[in-house]
Each structure stands twice: as structure tokens, then as C-alpha cells.
Design a binder for this molecule. Structure first.
Ligand code: FE2
Ligand code: FE2
Length: 442
């Protein structure tokens, strides 16, 4: 028998992992309250393998983890978070909502195969940590409680219930669902991220973290199927709202960027949030600018580089076109980079009720009418909103590049920015937009 120890920062996420590890890997994890608690609990147990599933933020000292792994050959670890940690008996999953990957890596470390799981006997009723229900307003299956070895139905499928006021407040740690429903029940837990994105009490840094992870969830899901599912469309909409709210709440681009850099999110996420802020500012200053246009542009910018998220997560780069010339980037990835505007334009056509014309804005975000490559000539045929996106992108790239190089005074130098933009976008219609740079709060 193997043993799993689980230590993350959030009780709810722990429960989510617990439920999935039980259902898909076949072991009930032992919950730990801290990094040292993991070793207190694991040292008295003589199981075949001991797997620690731990959030990066819980680990006090990575050197200590290496020491522990080196001195105990039956110890394995799965770290959840953004780290380059390497060890023969360790794997890393960057996104805490990527439950599928967490399951896959845990099973791999413990050598549990799908066949092993199929052969396992499962009791008729399946325990679900009570806290899981607290984040769902309704259940997709009947809910039971256990009393004297009997299972009593307390809620029917789709009954609405309230966690705080209701029976949950007084009951034990687990409730039950029928085992045959367990996989479909567990698979709907992406509602978690929806719930977190709806939480209006969060601070900007917390919202940034969740929206960044939400963007990764969306990007990963479109890699697997080239359509936007209902769930993914809901997550995207909430992320777009969150980004728009953040853009509204900050006073200057500089402040926004400070917060983004503190968040340590992905490059495409930072680029997306900053570009959204800048494009909104330009629209606000255009005599014809409306709130609808701001919303449409926020939507377009959210998806414009979505196919690049995994590629930028892999390579340290700030320029999209440069990826085409790097020898370490695979040909297939270069094709995606070349076509990313066209691919994303096609993708949003599968989105239920996307703002009208947003697919064209996305397709043309590098100035090519068909969304291919990175033209140097910007023609007049693209719409005014496309031009705003082009300028905002260029502006955002200038700021991010200079901040990365630590040239802070150049990053926010309006006259330098205007000069560069006027050299690149020579047509008269672009000039009118570039003039707005003076009014944008950098
Ligand atoms: Fe972009
Ligand atoms: Fe792009």
C-alpha cells in the first residue's frame, strides 16, 4: 500500500484534490497542516511509496525538500506551482486548477495504471468532503448522509441548498453520493474557479492570480478541443470581467504593471491585461468611443494571443515574432505562432454570444487581414478598433520590454513612444490614435 500526504494552502482545494485522488488514484490522502507536518506524519508510516502532494507556497525550504528526498528513497513529491524544481522523484504541475494533470502525475509517481483502478472495488456510496458542497449552489447528483451504516438521501439532484444555514453546518466531514455518479460529479469541479472568480471580496492581487490561472485553464482546454465549451465560455467571461474591473480600478499603467509583476503570472497574461488597460484608455479618449467598444475590445484582447499561452510559458521571450527565428522553438510551435491570430479568430466563432465582429478584430490584431504572420505594412482596410488594438499592443510591448531591461525611464517616456509609433504606423488614420498617447495615464 502506498500513502499520499496532502498539503496546500486552501482547505477547499485540498478537498478537491482529496476527492480526485481517491477516485482516480485510489488512495485517501492524509491531510497535513504545514510543510513540517508532512514529515511528522510520514515518518511513522512504513508504506511502499509515500507521495507528498504539496503547494509551492507551503514549502518553506526547497533545499530541505531535496535533502528529504535524497535521504528517503521511498519518498516522492508532486509540487503544485510555478517552479523549475527538479529531482528524479519529483514532478511539477504549474496550474493548481489542472486537476487532470495532478491526477496523471500522482498516478505516474505511484505507478498506478488505469487498469489497476478499473479492477478496484468501489463501495455503493462514495464519500465527498463536505466543504466541496459549500461552493456549489446545487448538486448534480443526490446527496446522502450516513447514519448507523445506512445511507439516507438528504438532497435530491439539483435541489438548491445553502451550506451555512443548512444541515451541513452540524454534520460530519463527509457526505456521500452514489459511486456510479462519482466521476461525473468530480468532473464538474471546474465550477470552483467560476466560484472564485465571482467572489467580489477579493483584493486586486488575489483576482490577478485567479484570472491568470483562469486564462491557463482556457488555453489548456482549447489545445484539447478547438471549440469553446459552456464551462470554458463562463470562465472566460468572468476572467474578462475581472481584467476589465482591474483596468478600471488602477490609476496608471505603471501601477498596474507593478501589480502584474508582483503576481508573477505568465507573460501573455501580463501582456493581455496591460494591453486591455491601454486600449480602453485610448477608446475613452476617442470622440466616438463607447462603453460597448471598450467591452468588445476587452473580449478581443483576452482571446487574441490565447494560443500563445503555453508557448510563452515554455520560452522566456517578450516578442511574438522573435519566436519564429529561434532555433530552440519547434516547427509545430512556430506554425502556431504564425497562425495564432487566425486560429483565435476561428475559435471565438464557436463562442456562444460573442460580441459582434470580435472574430475579425482578433484575426487582424497584427495587421494582416487573414491573421497570418507579422506584417510590417499596416493598411487602412482594418477597422478603427483593430487599429486601436494594434497601437495598444505596440505600446504594451514597448513598456514590457523596457521594464524587463530595467529601463524604467524609457518604458513610460511618452514622446519616445509617440516617435516610435509614428515611425511604424505611417498612415494618417493611425496618427489620430497615436495622438491619444498624450492623454493616456502611463
Ligand atoms: Fe498580443
Ligand atoms: Fe498576437
Amino acid at each position: 500500500m502506498h500513502q499520499i500526504f496532502l498539503a496546500t494552502t486552501n482547505n477547499f482545494v485540498d478537498s478537491l484534490y482529496e476527492m480526485n485522488l481517491m477516485a482516480y488514484v485510489g488512495y485517501e490522502p492524509t491531510r497535513c497542516t504545514s510543510f513540517s507536518n508532512v514529515f511528522e506524519k510520514s515518518s511513522n508510516i512504513s508504506s511502499k511509496k509515500q507521495l507528498i502532494v504539496v503547494s509551492l507556497s507551503v514549502i518553506e525550504n526547497l533545499d530541505e525538500l531535496i535533502f528529504r528526498l535524497d535521504s528517503c528513497p521511498s519518498l516522492y513529491t508532486l509540487i503544485i506551482g510555478k517552479t523549475n524544481f527538479e529531482h528524479d522523484r519529483a514532478l511539477v504541475v504549474q496550474n493548481k486548477y489542472d486537476i487532470r494533470e495532478i491526477i496523471r502525475c500522482s498516478a505516474k509517481l505511484l505507478d498506478v495504471t488505469a487498469r489497476d483502478m478499473a479492477l478496484k472495488k468501489v463501495p455503493d456510496f462514495y464519500p465527498i468532503p463536505k466543504v466541496i458542497f459549500s461552493k456549489l449552489n446545487e448538486s448534480e447528483s443526490d446527496i446522502f448522509k450516513k447514519e448507523n451504516d445506512e445511507y439516507i438521501r438528504i438532497y435530491k439532484k439539483e435541489d438548491e441548498y445553502s451550506y451555512q444555514k443548512d444541515i451541513f453546518a452540524t454534520m460530519e466531514e463527509h457526505l456521500y453520493i452514489e459511486s456510479k455518479k462519482r466521476l461525473s460529479f468530480i468532473n464538474q469541479t471546474s465550477k470552483l474557479i467560476v466560484h472564485e472568480l465571482k467572489d467580489k471580496s477579493l483584493k486586486v492581487d488575489e483576482v490577478l492570480k485567479i484570472a491568470d490561472e483562469g486564462m491557463n485553464v482556457v488555453a489548456n482546454s482549447i489545445l484539447k478541443n478547438d471549440k469553446i465549451s459552456k464551462e470554458i465560455s463562463q470562465i472566460s467571461k468572468l476572467c474578462i470581467d475581472a481584467i476589465s474591473d482591474i483596468a478600471k480600478s488602477v490609476s496608471k499603467a505603471k501601477k498596474l504593471l507593478e501589480q502584474l509583476l508582483n503576481n508573477q503570472g505568465g507573460y501573455i497574461f501580463n501582456h493581455t491585461v496591460l494591453t486591455t488597460y491601454l486600449a480602453k484608455q485610448i477608446i475613452k479618449n476617442m470622440p466616438w468611443g463607447t462603453k460597448e467598444q471598450e467591452d468588445k475590445v476587452a473580449f478581443a484582447i483576452y482571446f487574441h494571443d490565447i494560443y500563445l499561452v503555453p508557448i510563452f510559458n515554455k520560452y522566456d521571450e517578450v516578442d511574438e515574432e522573435t519566436l519564429l527565428f529561434r532555433s530552440d522553438v519547434f516547427e509545430e510551435e512556430k506554425e502556431t505562432v504564425f497562425d495564432h491570430a487566425a486560429l483565435a479568430g476561428e475559435l471565438v466563432r464557436t463562442f456562444d454570444r460573442a460580441p459582434l465582429g470580435v472574430d475579425t478584430l482578433i484575426t487582424q490584431h497584427h495587421g494582416d487581414l487573414h491573421g497570418k504572420g507579422f506584417p510590417d505594412f499596416f493598411n487602412d482596410e482594418v477597422s478603427p478598433l483593430s487599429k486601436i488594438i494594434l497601437i495598444a499592443e505596440e505600446l504594451s510591448k514597448h513598456i514590457l520590454e523596457n521594464v524587463k531591461e530595467n529601463n524604467l525611464s524609457l518604458a513610460y517616456d511618452k514622446s519616445l513612444i509617440k516617435k516610435k509609433l509614428l515611425e511604424r504606423f505611417t498612415r494618417h488614420t493611425y496618427k489620430k490614435i497615436i495622438e491619444q498617447v498624450d492623454k493616456i495615464l502611463l
